[in-house]
Design a protein around this ligand. Structure first.
Ligand SMILES: [Zn+2]
Length: 106
């Protein structure tokens, strides 16, 4: 098993744990309807922040699943667009990327 794959698996587990926390947060707040208005407004803002974090986390999980599929299919660290090897330094920063730096800029 490549180290990038285990890194992605770890990241995936972390993000899934985070999603579970976001969902727990949303469920708890959904039941809190008897608070005064000011508090509700703050909660609504929090909910919006958590909502956008949740969307972001889900998008990252989709990327990770896609990167893992490519590793499993043997494409490994090849760029999805041009077929060149992705710079290992880039993969260290963005382990779930599937395009090289040149293609990401385009
Ligand atoms: Zn490329």
């Amino acid at each position: 098993m490549s180290s990038r794959k285990s890194e992605l698996e770890t990241l995936k587990a972390e993000l899934q744990a985070r999603l579970t926390r976001y969902e727990a947060h949303q469920h708890r707040e959904a039941g809190a309807l008897d608070k005064d208005f000011e508090e509700q407004a703050t909660q609504t803002q929090n909910d919006e922040v958590v909502d956008s974090l949740e969307v972001e986390t889900r998008a990252e999980l989709v990327q990770i699943a896609h990167a893992l599929e490519r590793i499993d299919s043997g494409a490994g660290d090849e760029c999805e667009k041009c077929g060149e090897q992705i710079d290992p330094r880039r993969l260290q920063v963005l382990p779930y990327t599937t395009v090289c730096v040149n293609c990401a800029d385009n």
